[in-house]
Design a protein. Structure first.
Lengths: 241, 119
């Protein structure tokens, strides 16, 4: 848009600084600067993703979905733990307040008591999310692992995680997991799955009882988890750490 | 004069927006990692979250940890199907690490977050 500027010289107002520019022009310039700065900032923000690295890849969906306000009916239909009344023991203190991944809402979480083990987390919570279900695993006061799966996969028992301690590393080398060491296996299964069988190194197996849709056990060199879904279909998922 | 003000304003706006973006997240280690232990370490930030994911969408097994200034692992290894995330307090300089724990080549990514909520 063209901007018309009067060619008539304007007199400075009494008391105004004797600048070389007329006051109205300076004012208009300031307005233009503020408007264009705001517009440019808006455009830059809208067109940029939250990540700024050199990668062209988009950030994970985990960072973009809005927080849900109620438990999705499909999730409560599959997991009894999400149908029970919420209790004071379900609450947890956020590491840093905000929504969880995939729009998970901590205010809808249900927590589970775990068997004690050297690697057992402090608290495990099932947290419904936006199209996904998450496990939030408190490992230390300022450390919480989140694992999520789409609800359609979680209701087949695909939500599982292995946590492992940090092993001593070779000088100069980055740390690496110890697949042959101890791991803490955790997972979520739908209603109607009473036990899971964890296969470890050398073909050893261990049967774990499911409590409130969650199974958890410390296992040496875990390799796979198997269980029978309602309808008698047996599924097996690989795990390792 | 007005055109100059508009140009300066536009530049200022972009700078402000990019400062805001770079103060919250960084993608790192985007690329193919070899099977059974391919690893890559990201830059140092006071992390509030580290997300590692398999871009192929195969749901393959991936692991995540962070390392401190000495290169030592901090916290726990966390391994999951397709994606895994850990929240941190934001009070220490840490670097995210991605690991391909599957038997296949995976196109992997890590995203470090800082100054963001992570419950």
């Amino acid at each position: 848009m063209p901007v018309s500027v009067s060619s008539t010289p304007q007199l400075p107002l009494p008391g105004a600084a004797p600048a070389g520019l007329p006051r109205s022009l300076a004012l208009r310039a300031a307005v233009v600067l503020v408007v264009t700065a705001g517009t440019a900032a808006g455009v830059a923000t809208l067109t940029a993703g939250p990540a700024t690295g050199s990668s062209p890849s988009s950030p994970p969906t985990a960072a973009r979905l809005p927080e849900i306000r109620a438990i999705p009916s499909a999730e409560s239909a599959s997991f009894a733990i999400l149908r029970r009344e919420r209790a004071a023991t379900d609450r947890f203190t956020a590491i840093r307040s905000g929504a969880g991944p995939f729009g998970a809402n901590p205010a809808l979480a249900r927590s589970v008591a775990l068997p004690s083990a050297p690697l057992a987390p402090r608290l495990v919570s099932v947290v419904p999310a936006n199209g996904s279900v998450c496990l939030r695993i408190l490992l230390a006061r300022d450390l919480a692992s989140w694992q999520c799966q789409p609800a359609s996969r979680a209701d087949r028992g695909a939500l599982r995680v292995v946590l492992g301690p940090v092993a001593p590393r070779r000088t100069g080398a980055p740390p690496s997991p110890s697949p042959a060491g101890e791991g803490f296996v955790l997972g979520l299964v739908p209603d109607g799955v009473p036990t899971v069988t964890i296969t470890a190194a050398h073909g050893l197996t261990r049967t774990i009882v499911v409590h409130s849709n969650v199974y958890a056990a410390q296992v040496h060199a875990p390799k796979a988890i198997a269980f029978t879904l309602p309808g008698h279909r047996t599924v097996s998922y690989p795990v390792r750490y | 004069m007005l055109i100059a003000a508009a140009l300066v304003g536009a530049l200022l706006g972009v700078l402000i927006a990019s400062q805001h973006a770079s103060a919250s997240a960084t993608n790192y280690c985007s690329g193919w990692e070899p099977p059974n232990g391919g690893e890559c370490v990201g830059p140092s930030h006071n992390l509030t979250a580290n997300i590692v994911y398999d871009d192929t969408g195969s749901g393959s097994w991936v692991c995540e940890i962070v390392v401190n200034a000495n290169g030592d692992g901090y916290g726990y290894w966390s391994c999951g199907s397709g994606e895994t995330e850990t929240c941190y307090g934001g009070g220490r300089a840490l670097r995210g690490l991605v690991e391909n724990a599957s038997p296949y080549w995976l196109y992997m990514n890590g995203t470090e977050f800082y100054n963001t909520g992570c419950p």
